[in-house]
Design a protein around this ligand. Structure first.
Ligand SMILES: C[S@@+](CC[C@H](N)C(=O)[O-])C[C@H]1O[C@@H](n2cnc3c(N)ncnc32)[C@H](O)[C@@H]1O
Length: 230
């Protein structure tokens, strides 16, 4: 495997797509052993747990009974949903390596069968059916065409009247905030994605078939863009 500085020079010489095609898939490296998996999932928890309390409030999920958190990791958003909405059950859909860590979250919070885990790969497997599907820091890892494919899968999975939640950093129209611009540089190097404006996420939702799109800003760095299936 390349070291990161060698990857950088190869990117400049040959282009990112050609170099990435020869590397292991990013999550094969991130989940290479239990310690690395735990370190990544703990970092995601730290990044997402605080803001999730506000995001679940903004999402107004009182009419939702089932939610699938796609790429939900060890359950930071799922826990916030379960705590605020007693009528709701959440399934985290994520790569199989994540399962034992979600089990720990279920046991620590005594959520029982209100918190499920479906192992899968969203490039291979259909998404589980639910009233609502959420994607936190997922679309920013991928290019537009992949995002639309994932959103079409969510459209199929949520059925008529269902909805989708996108939770991401948002660029302002003037290119700020600075922290998002700085993060965006590493997104370009480390992933196939980028951060986007609310209008860009709305356009992706519409291309996948969703309508009635709304944007809800939190007081944190992660915000909510919501689409509905009519
Ligand atoms: C950047 S993390 C986001 C975690 C969490 N949603 C959050 O907002 O903190 C990306 C998540 O997507 C999952 N993931 C990556 N590729 C996947 C795939 N092909 N199928 C299912 N999940 C995947 C990872 O395991 C990880 O949990």
């Amino acid at each position: 495997m390349y070291t990161s500085s060698r990857v950088g020079s190869h990117y400049l010489a040959r282009g990112k797509a050609a170099v990435d095609a020869e590397l292991p898939a990013p999550f094969e490296t991130i989940y290479r052993d239990e310690a690395a998996t735990e370190a990544f999932l703990e970092a995601m928890w730290q990044l997402s747990f605080g803001v999730s309390g506000e995001l679940v409030q903004l999402a107004e999920l009182d009419d939702v009974r089932t939610l699938v958190d796609v790429g939900g990791a060890s359950g930071a958003f799922a826990v916030a949903v379960l705590k605020r909405y007693p009528q709701l059950s959440v399934t985290v859909f994520d790569l199989p390596q994540v399962g034992p860590f979600l089990d720990r979250t279920r046991e620590a919070g005594r959520f029982g069968d209100r918190l499920g885990f479906t192992p899968g790969d969203f490039f291979e497997d259909a998404l589980p059916l639910a009233d609502c599907l959420s994607f936190g820091y997922i679309l920013s890892d991928w290019e537009d065409t992949t995002c639309v494919e994932l959103l079409r899968m969510a459209y199929d999975a949520c059925g008529s009247g269902g909805r989708v939640l996108l939770m991401e950093r948002l660029f302002d129209e003037d290119g700020g905030p600075l922290a998002t611009a700085a993060m965006n540089l590493s997104m370009h190097v480390e992933t196939q994605g980028r951060h986007r404006t609310a209008a860009e996420y709305t356009a992706l939702l519409k291309e996948a078939g969703f309508g009635d799109c709304t944007v809800h800003r939190s007081t944190w760095d992660k915000h909510l863009v919501m689409g509905r299936r009519s």
